[in-house]
Design a protein around this ligand. Sequence first.
Ligand SMILES: [Zn+2]
Ligand SMILES: [Zn+2]
Length: 227
Amino acid sequence: MDYRGYVDLLCSTEDCRSELEEVLRVFVELLDDVKELRLPDLDVDPSRLPLLAGGVRGGLEGVLEIVKDIFRRHELDVGYVSIRDVIEGSLEGERALVSMLFKRALYEVVRGKDLRLQWVNGRCPVCGSLPILAIVRRERGEIFSRDVLYLRCTCGFAESYEHFKCPSCGVRGRDAFEYNIVGEITYRTCSRCGHTIGILRDNPNLDLDLIMLVVMYGLVALAKERL
Ligand SMILES: [Zn+2]
Ligand SMILES: [Zn+2]
């Protein structure tokens, strides 16, 4: 699917389409560079989660520098960004994009290690973020097929999760959420804590990194509408 296909999952206006298409194009260029680079191997301790906040024995600064170099090569000046900034999630604009791609790079480093990680109180075991994207996949059981919900973190970590449970506050039940349908995406907002996730049905042709960006873009647009 080209960018337009992704943009059409969300946008109904031409302004939305052209802006989101540009966001996707820039992001994919940066992400392709991250994927092409040889990232250093990191020594991780899966008993200390999230990995980003304690489970990596050294080497994180090196990965962050590699990611910042990629931004510089694309003539995006991101100034000073520390590991602490990334962990605290206090960055905005292009600096937030550095944080996102750094976490994505960290996941690329740990994904092959067969760590069998699970969500930790609804947070990502790799980077500690709260997921905002869920993909519903039809899976064949022993007798019946069933829908399985996978939460996917911005870093790339994905694992199944309970259908009607908020990863942020843990509240359960179909009625605990408000639903907003925007294009093909169902935004589900927790009535207790306000955390929102965008839910889509799986399509093997979809690139989940692009879907993540589309869902994030829609979240910001939804939040603005509410103000
Ligand atoms: Zn993560
Ligand atoms: Zn909640």
